[in-house]
Design a protein around this ligand. Sequence first.
Ligand code: ZN
Length: 93
Amino acid sequence: MHSMDSSSFNYATPRKRGNLIQAKVEASEITPHQVSIPFDAGGITPTCCNCAYDYDGWCKHIIATLLTCSRQLERIEERPTLEHLLNRPLAIF
Ligand SMILES: [Zn+2]
């Protein structure tokens, strides 16, 4: 069994953009892993990470991101979606 010791990770702040949570997970590897977690009203949907994890289920970076999000939901930075930006009235002075 895998031991999921999330304390060995350093987290960048997960960012929420529309229906997507994006986070960089820094572990012992040199390159941070970029995790993308799309979700909708029904919950999270299949998730991707750029690591080489090829077992069934979610890799430890995804799990670490989900743990961070569930602990720090209020801290997830809201980012406007592109549609929101495009729909915003232009301020002309
Ligand atoms: Zn991963």
